[in-house]
Design a protein around this ligand. Structure first.
Ligand SMILES: *Cc1c(COP(=O)(O)O)cnc(C)c1O
Length: 392
């Protein structure tokens, strides 16, 4: 049995191949790489009926994940998060079938852990000694914990006004934290310059090819939890866009593996009104997104003014028949509370953004009242400190 069927990397823009047994960032064309698997070989063992005895983590899908063997995996027990029905919240919105995939249950409290487990596994395997990562918040804490788990040094560049809990969790895991006066894009520019000067490996969203691989397991789990009956629509909060693009990749893989047919959920991307580069590009019919000049949202996971994988995000939204929509911060805070009161759900503001978008999507005709809708709650609200302090 082949543990992983990873056979190389492919440039998402030119289709050019690259080796997976060497460290890679962006392709020569400046585009992200996607991992490429021998799906025919993977299909022999990765079957829905063979999953029962497998580990209760995302590594149960090891044939389509990057790891040379089970001993090489850098894991803290990420994935296999619950899919929770929200019938009262659904009824209050005029919906029939609403479920929430609760990514707040991951080891450091966000879905970022899936990507970091995969990325750190390959970084360790390929001999990386020191990493650097720009982050708006949750990615830093996650990367710090997984780097510690892997025994790799790490520098984190984070906006000074990101939640204090995010700075603290990085330091607790032994990371060197630099507070940057600026947004995620400024952190990214500096990280690239430092990586170059110091010879460190950069773990930025999409610049590193395997974070997407970890995140795609959200879609595999959804298929498993719903016994192959994927929802009509997936509503996902979008910052850098990895979650959206990763799940879109996973659906193609799952079809090739024989897990699902050709039907796809509509991918609905939710951003903050104060930073909505993808929504603006979607509405303009553009294939790429211009950076957002002055991000005003306070919600860290949605403060990504520049979307490196803009073309991939817009393609996934359009090919799926989905849409993009922006909501104000105040509506997110309202739905943090509403999810708590009606269902006992602990949702972060980014997850609440998706709930807040539902009434608008219904009114616009982008969702039908009878449709099966899955909303992703991407993190626990417990790290947001002051931002949620007054919410009740
Ligand atoms: C990073 C993050 C997002 C945005 O995720 P992408 O997949 O990069 O678009 C959304 N919510 C939370 C809580 C995050 O930490």
């Amino acid at each position: 049995m082949t543990f992983s069927t990873l056979q190389g990397l492919v440039c998402t823009q030119t289709g050019q191949h690259a080796r997976a047994d060497a460290l890679q960032n962006l392709s020569p064309a400046g585009a992200p790489y996607f991992a490429d698997y021998d799906l025919e070989a993977a299909a022999r063992t990765l079957r829905p009926d063979a999953m029962a005895g497998r580990p209760q983590s995302m590594w149960r899908y090891h044939e389509v994940l990057p790891a040379p063997g089970s001993d090489a995996i850098v894991s803290l027990g990420e994935g296999m998060t619950p899919l929770l029905a929200a019938p009262r919240l659904a009824a209050s919105l005029g919906l029939k079938h609403l479920t929430v995939k609760d990514e707040g249950r991951n080891p450091t409290g966000s879905f970022k852990d899936r990507g970091m487990s995969a990325a750190m596994t390959m970084a360790k395997h390929l001999g990386v000694k020191h990493l650097i990562i720009p982050t708006a918040g949750n990615a830093g804490g996650s990367a710090s914990s997984y780097a510690a788990r892997a025994g790799i040094g790490i520098d984190v560049l984070v906006p000074g006004d990101a939640p204090a809990a995010n700075h603290d969790e990085c330091r607790r895991a032994g990371a060197a934290v630099t507070l940057v006066d600026g947004f995620l894009d400024e952190c990214g520019r500096r990280a690239a310059a430092i990586a170059e000067a110091e010879g460190w490996f950069e773990l930025s969203t999409f610049k590193e090819p395997y974070r997407v691989e970890g995140k795609k397991t959200m879609a595999y789990e959804l298929a498993e939890q719903l016994a192959g009956a994927l929802p009509d629509a997936i509503v996902y909060p979008t910052g850098g866009g990895t979650g959206l693009v990763a799940m879109w990749k996973a659906f193609d893989e799952m079809e090739a593996l024989g897990w699902i047919g050709s039907a796809r959920p509509r991918m609905i991307s939710v951003q903050a009104e104060g930073c909505a580069p993808l929504v603006r590009a979607f509405e303009a019919g553009a294939e790429t997104a211009e950076p957002w000049a002055d991000a005003t949202t306070k919600v860290s996971g949605l403060r990504a003014p520049k979307v490196l994988a803009d073309a991939l995000c817009l393609k996934a939204i359009r090919e799926s028949g989905g849409t993009a929509i922006a909501v104000p911060d105040a509506a997110m805070f309202e739905f943090v509370s509403r999810a708590g009161r009606t269902e006992g759900l602990n949702v972060c503001p980014e997850g609440a953004a998706c709930l807040a978008a539902l009434p608008k999507l219904l009114a616009r005709g982008d969702l039908g009242a009878d449709e099966r809708i899955v909303v992703f709650n991407t993190a626990t609200p417990h790290k947001y400190g002051d931002l949620l302090a007054g919410i009740s």
